[in-house]
Write a protein that binds this ligand. Structure first.
Ligand SMILES: Cc1ncc(COP(=O)(O)O)c(C=O)c1O
Length: 402
C-alpha cells in the first residue's frame, strides 16, 4: 500500500536532480560547526571580527531611512542594482583600480558567492572544465560542482598561481572555459599573485579563449594598503571580477558586485532575474551611504591594523610552537595563513584531535577539488580573540608533537 502519511521526499521517492547529487559535501557546515562553541579556540571560519561591524552608523542610517520613509531602501531594486549603489561601486573601482566601468559592465550581487553562482549558471554546461588554484576557496568549489563542472587545480606557490605551470598544461591540451583565481591575500593560502605574473595570466586567457574570474574578497585588506593592479583593470576584455562588501562592511547585508565585459555581465543580469531578482535594497543603501560619508575608508584603516596585529601574533606563536619540519605562509593581508605539517602528519587526523584539545582547524583537503591537501591546514586569524591566539597555537603544537 502507498504510504501517504509520510512526505514523498522522506520516503525517498522524489529523486534529487542530478546537479544536486554532485557531492558538494558538507564542507562549509564543518567550517561553521566551531562557531560559538564556548571552549574552542577556533582558527576555522574565515569570518570578519565583529569589532569591525559599523553598529552605530547602521543604527543612525536606519533611523534616517525610517524617518524619511525612504522608498529606495525599503522597496524592490532594479536587477542590476540601485543607481546610487552602482555609482559608488564604480567610483571605488575608479579610485582603487584606476578604471571606471561603463554602466553596462557592472552589477550589484547578493554577495560574491552569488556572482560565482551567476557566472557558473550562465556559462557552464555539465562537464565543462574550470581551472582553480590548488588550494582554493571552498565556496567556489561548491558553486562550480553544483552545476556539474569538471575542476582541475593548478598549484600555487608563495607568489600566487603558478602561471608557467598553467601555460604548460594549456600547451598540453587543457581547455578550460573559466579560470577562477583569488589574486590578493588568497583564501585559504594567504598568498598574493606577483605583479609580474598578472599580464602573462591574462595573455593566456586571450590566447586560449577562457574567461578569468577574479575574486577580490580580500583585496582591500592588505596590511600596508598597497596593491598590485587588479586583473580586471589589466584586462577588462577577458576578466570578470567578483567582489564583496562582506569583509570591509559586514556580511549580514549579503552584498557584492560583478564587473566585466558587457557580454558577460548582461548574461549575469539575465540569470539574476531567475534567482533573487535583485540584491536587498536596504543593504545597498546602507553601503552607499557608508561610502559617501567616508565611513568605509575610515573603518578599513582600523580593520587593516586589527588584522595585521592578529596575523603578527599568529606568526609569532607558530614560530614558538610548531614542530620541526612545519612551514607556513606569511600573509600581507586578508584572513589566512596556510600551514604545511611536518612530513607524514595528516590534517584529516589532526582536526578531530585538535578539537578534543580545544582548537578548531580546517584540514587542507577541503580546499582542493581532488583530495589533495592532507599535509596542510588553513589557519584563519580574523575571528579568533587576540588574547587566545597564543594559547590556541600552543595547544595545536602539543597535539602535533604527540
Ligand atoms: C575568496 C572568497 N570569495 C567569496 C567569499 C564569499 O563572499 P560573500 O560573503 O560576499 O558571498 C568568501 C568568504 O569567505 C571568500 O573567502
Amino acid at each position: 500500500m502507498r504510504d501517504l502519511a509520510t512526505p514523498a521526499l522522506e520516503r525517498g521517492q522524489v529523486e534529487p536532480a542530478r546537479r544536486a547529487q554532485g557531492a558538494v559535501g558538507d564542507g562549509i557546515a564543518s567550517v561553521l560547526a566551531f562557531l560559538g562553541m564556548p571552549d574552542i579556540v577556533s582558527f576555522a571560519g574565515g569570518f570578519p571580527d565583529p569589532e569591525t561591524f559599523p553598529r552605530e552608523q547602521v543604527a543612525a542610517l536606519f533611523e534616517e531611512f525610517a524617518a524619511s520613509c525612504e522608498a529606495n531602501a525599503f522597496q524592490y531594486a532594479p536587477t542590476r542594482g540601485l543607481a546610487g549603489t552602482l555609482d559608488v561601486l564604480a567610483g571605488r573601482l575608479e579610485a582603487l583600480e584606476g578604471r571606471r566601468p561603463a554602466e553596462d559592465e557592472l552589477l550589484v550581487t547578493s554577495g560574491a558567492i552569488e556572482a560565482l553562482e551567476l557566472v557558473t549558471k550562465s556559462f557552464l554546461d555539465p562537464g565543462d572544465l574550470v581551472v582553480v588554484e590548488g588550494p582554493t576557496y571552498l565556496g567556489a568549489i561548491q558553486a562550480f560542482r553544483s552545476f556539474e563542472a569538471t575542476l582541475e587545480a593548478v598549484p600555487l606557490d608563495e607568489h600566487g598561481l603558478d602561471v608557467e605551470e598553467l601555460e604548460r598544461r594549456l600547451r598540453g591540451g587543457m581547455r578550460p572555459k573559466l579560470l577562477y583565481t583569488i589574486p590578493d591575500h588568497q583564501n585559504p593560502a594567504g598568498v598574493t599573485l606577483a605583479a609580474e605574473r598578472r599580464e602573462p595570466l591574462v595573455d593566456l586567457a586571450r590566447r586560449y579563449d577562457f574567461l578569468v574570474v577574479e575574486d577580490v574578497a580580500y583585496r582591500e585588506l592588505g596590511f600596508s594598503g598597497e596593491t598590485h593592479p587588479s586583473l580586471w583593470s589589466t584586462a577588462p576584455d577577458v576578466v570578470l571580477q567578483a567582489g564583496t562588501t562582506s569583509k570591509t562592511f559586514f556580511p549580514g547585508v549579503r552584498l557584492g558586485w560583478a564587473v566585466g565585459p558587457r557580454d558577460v555581465t548582461s548574461r549575469l543580469v539575465d540569470a539574476k532575474q531567475n534567482t533573487d531578482q535583485c540584491a536587498g535594497a536596504l543593504g545597498q543603501r546602507l553601503f552607499e551611504e557608508s561610502v559617501r560619508r567616508g565611513w568605509i575608508d575610515e573603518q578599513l584603516v582600523r580593520s587593516r591594523a586589527l588584522y595585521e596585529r592578529k596575523s603578527a601574533r599568529l606568526l609569532a606563536a607558530l614560530e614558538r610552537s610548531m614542530p620541526e619540519g612545519s612551514r607556513w605562509t606569511r600573509p600581507r593581508g586578508g584572513f589566512f595563513s596556510w600551514l604545511t605539517l611536518p612530513p607524514g602528519a595528516s590534517s584529516v587526523e589532526l582536526a578531530p584531535r585538535a578539537a578534543d584539545a580545544g582548537v578548531g582547524i580546517v584540514p587542507g583537503t577541503l580546499f582542493f577539488p581532488d583530495g589533495r591537501g592532507a599535509d596542510s591546514v588553513r589557519l584563519s586569524f580574523s575571528l579568533v580573540d587576540e588574547a587566545s591566539i597564543d594559547d590556541g597555537i600552543e595547544r595545536l603544537g602539543s597535539v602535533l608533537a604527540r
